[in-house]
Every structure is written in C-alpha cells, then in structure tokens.
Design a protein around this ligand. Structure first.
Ligand code: KIV
Length: 275
C-alpha cells in the first residue's frame, strides 16, 4: 500500500521509527522502494551527488522536477518528498506556492520540503493551505551555508537552542506534517522530538528523533568527496561498482565477453549475399 503523510503521523503516534533515504533517479528509487523504505527525499543534495557541485545553491527547479519525476516513477509504495531548491520559496509566499505546485504537478511529488523555521512559517502555511504537505527542515540548513559560514553543528549555545525550539514550534503551528532536524546535538533533538506532535526526521541529530534520513550515496558507500561524522556506511556499493567495471574491462579486452549466449543469430544465406 502506498505510504502517505498519514503513515508518518501513525508511526509517530505508535512510536514506530520512520526510515528515509534520498533518491534522484528511477532505478535507485525502485530498489529502495522494494527494500521497504518509508520515504524517499529527492533532496537538493542532488547538486553534490548527481551534478558534482560543491553545494546546493546552484540547483534549479528544472533539476528538481526532472529528478523527482524519475523517482516518482520508481517509487510504488514509498512517500516521495521533493526539496524546494534555493530561491524557489525564499523570495515570496507567491513564489513558494507556485513552485511547490510545480513540484507536485510536473515532478509528481507527494510532498515538498523547504528549509527554515520562524521566518518560513508563512510559506509553510500558504503551501499547506493549498493541500500540499510540507516537510520542514531546521537546524543546519545547507541552502544558508554562506550565512552560517560553513557546515557547522547548530543549536549548541543557549541562544541557538532557544531559536531551534522556536523554529520547531513555528513549523508545526504552520502545518508541516514532519520536520527534518539536521546537525543538532542529540539531547536537544530528543527533547524537542518529545514535545512535538509531528514526526521529527534526524540527520546528524542522534537517536532520539522519530526517524532517520541519510543521503543514499553516503549510506551505501557511493560518494566519497565529503563524509560527515553522522554518516554510517551500510554497504560498499561504490567498491562493488568499481570491481564489476574492472571485470567488464578485463573480459572485453580479453575477448571473453560477449559469448554465444549474449549474441543474436542470422541465416548464413543472408550474410552470403552481402559481399
Ligand atoms: O538534500 C538533502 O539531501 C537533504 C537531507 C540532508 C535531509 O535535505
């Protein structure tokens, strides 16, 4: 059965942990869906993982729509959430609603995610008022990396921790169905998770969140440009890909691939008439 925002609410009510990974293409989405993941995020981390940028700033609406539509085709049972890229919602409430609508209509997402707390609450309310579920994202918000001065843990000082609590309460009050906590101390994330009625999905926020999310290429050992402290490798698909590629190169060079089982036949009399 297709998972929805109701599945997420039920999991929170029943104390069942939620699992999410990112995905950016049809084949990967299909594999992760078949493995039973609860939610797939078409993250703007596709800028790093798929497109080779240093950050998520350059990712466009067209990039997100293109990749989200591919993921949506592969995800039969999983909830598909699509990130709103930088400057697709910060500029105005109207832009936020229009672009969220495009991710749903053209990208076939079931929900959108945007970064920011108190200052983005009006966007979250306006989008949810249109019937589009919103996942919020607070703590370290990578689209604001230039304002933070780098990828730094958030919420450690008293002022930052208070701001984190205010952000969490604001996004819930605005109607978000869930919220991502990125790179905040475990004790803070656990405390706030216990206070909120909506599920909290942690990344670098410890075990006390209602669920976890990772970039799939980090979790499966396929991306090595930068590995944050919170990442655990659950597989070594990158090494497996390199080994399989080397085996292919070796066999083609040695002439042992392709063999008769991989080739198509033609009648000799057709061939004989050619030259
Ligand atoms: O884009 C992304 O991958 C994300 C996760 C880090 C939550 O937003």
């Amino acid at each position: 059965m297709k998972k929805t925002v109701t599945t997420f609410a039920k999991a929170k009510a029943e104390g069942e942990k939620l699992t999410m990974l990112t995905a950016y293409d049809y084949s990967t989405a299909k594999l992760l869906d078949e493995a039973g993941i609860d939610g797939l995020l078409v993250g703007d981390s596709l800028g790093n993982v798929m497109l080779g940028y240093d950050d998520t700033i350059s990712v466009t609406m067209e990039d997100m729509i293109h990749h989200c539509a591919a993921v949506a085709r592969g995800a039969k049972e999983t909830l598909v959430v699509c990130d709103m890229p930088f400057m697709s919602y910060q500029t105005s409430v109207e832009d936020a609603v229009r672009n969220a609508g495009r991710l749903m209509k053209e990208g076939r997402a079931q929900a959108v995610k945007l970064e920011g707390g108190v200052e983005m609450a009006d966007r979250i309310k306006a989008i949810t008022d249109c019937g589009i579920p919103v996942m919020a994202h607070i703590g370290l918000t990578p689209q604001s990396i230039n304002a933070f001065g780098g990828f730094k843990v958030q919420g450690k000082s008293e002022a930052q921790a208070k701001k984190f609590v205010e952000d969490a309460e604001a996004v819930q009050a605005a109607g978000a169905f869930a919220v991502t906590f990125e790179c905040v101390p475990e004790k803070l994330a656990t405390l706030v998770s216990g206070k909120l009625a909506i599920p909290t999905i942690g990344i670098g926020a410890g075990a006390g969140c209602d669920g976890q999310i990772l970039v799939y290429a980090d979790a499966l050992g396929m991306f090595s440009d930068f590995t944050p402290k919170f990442v655990k490798r659950f597989g070594n698909i990158g090494d497996a890909m390199k080994e399989a590629t080397k085996a292919y190169i070796d066999e083609v060079k040695a002439g042992t691939y392709p063999t008769v089982e991989h080739t198509y036949k033609i009648d000799d009399e057709v061939i004989d008439k050619l030259y």
